[in-house]
Design a protein around this ligand. Structure first.
Ligand code: F1P
Length: 347
């Protein structure tokens, strides 16, 4: 079988799953608004691996657009080190549990423990209606078109991210921004078409041996996810950082075999470009993604508000990992040592 066939197909068809995510949020609009109505003591997003990174991205965005404090933790931490996450006598909290499979043991056990120890509610965001997670939750957003054959998450991640962003905009009463998300699929398809050659050129260049993904604010979790694709699919040294953090040590690693990927914002462009230019002067190759900055390698030109368009950073970076995996003779569909679901035996 052709190596990477599933991953390629899943990346290229993901915009259908973005639209289904929007449909689900619209269909469950009043249930979602009811679930978020209480004045929760804590709002926590959780998941593992990709879905932990999704939790990081979603919690930052949720807080930015609702003004309500939210944080993200790995499900394994909520399970094993609950005291570092929940208050001593947690009252009414909301847990948003995110999992492609809905079957990851840590996530399921963390949800069960949360339900028994707090008087909290649980929202699940997942791709598989028949698995355990949606059944444990008070409400579930299930995006079936996000389902995947591949181990590494691409279409699934993007679909659940869109669901989380749309939910945040709904709860934050950002109606125009939510409406603008309907234009994402068209822009996403255009980016996949227009920038596939760039993704291939960068991905297939095996002179590069380390990748750093820089993203701040609502983009940090997306930088983490893009970094994970590079690790899982291509076995390449790769790390994510907030933009300004990169100068505080990590820049020691920069040389002429380094790629710095910049997920640029609107408000902080001068600060972010200064970091990229400094790294370029140290020998790095820069790949930058922006809405409309003319210096950027990838320009979305979407006209969609920043808070609603984050998913547009993903397709080109997913494709770059796919092409690098092929160039290294690996199988993008089956990353080394990984399985699609991590199930813990009885301990
Ligand atoms: C989470 C996850 C994936 C990762 C790997 C193992 O799964 O960590 O992100 O790529 O395949 O599982 P899930 O809980 O989102 O199904």
């Amino acid at each position: 079988m052709e190596q990477g066939r599933f991953t390629y197909h899943e990346i290229m068809t993901q915009t259908e799953a973005w639209n289904e995510a929007l449909d689900r949020v619209e269909a469950q609009r009043s249930d979602l608004l009811d679930l978020f109505r209480p004045d929760y003591e804590q709002i926590i997003f959780t998941g593992c691996g990709s879905t932990y990174y999704l939790s990081l991205a979603a919690s930052a965005l949720f807080q930015q657009c609702t003004g309500r404090i939210a944080r993200a933790v790995p499900a394994g931490e909520l399970l094993l080190n609950e005291g570092t996450v929940l208050r001593h006598s947690p009252e009414h909290s909301l847990l948003i549990a995110i999992s492609r499979s809905g079957a990851t043991t840590e996530t399921l056990r963390a949800v069960e423990q949360f339900k028994t120890r707090t008087r909290g509610n649980v929202l699940a965001i997942t791709n598989y209606p028949e698995h355990a997670l949606p059944k444990l939750a008070d409400l579930a957003l299930v995006v079936e078109k996000g389902q995947e054959e591949s181990v590494a998450q691409t279409r699934s991640f993007a679909s659940m991210y869109v669901a989380a962003v749309a939910t945040s905009l709904l709860v934050g009463a950002r109606h125009a921004d939510l409406h603008a998300m309907r234009r994402l699929a068209e822009v996403g398809a255009r980016l996949l078409h227009d920038y596939a050659p760039l993704a291939q050129k960068m991905g297939a260049n095996l002179n590069f041996d380390r990748f750093y993904f820089l993203g701040s604010g609502i983009r940090y979790g997306l930088a983490c996810e893009a970094n994970l694709k590079m690790k899982e699919m291509t076995l390449t040294h790769s790390e994510p950082f907030h933009f300004l953090e990169f100068r505080h040590g990590p820049m020691s690693m920069v040389n002429n075999r380094t790629v710095i990927v910049g997920l640029l914002s609107e408000a902080n462009l001068p600060y972010e470009w200064a970091v990229l230019e400094e790294m370029r002067s140290l020998g790095a190759t820069i790949l930058s993604l922006s809405e409309a900055d003319e210096r950027a390698s990838v320009q979305f030109q979407s006209g969609i508000p920043e808070i609603a368009r984050g998913v547009l950073y993903l397709p080109v970076l997913q494709l770059m990992a796919y092409y690098r995996s092929l160039a290294k003779g690996l199988n993008p569909d089956r990353p080394t040592h990984l399985s699609a679901v991590v199930e813990l035996g009885a301990l």
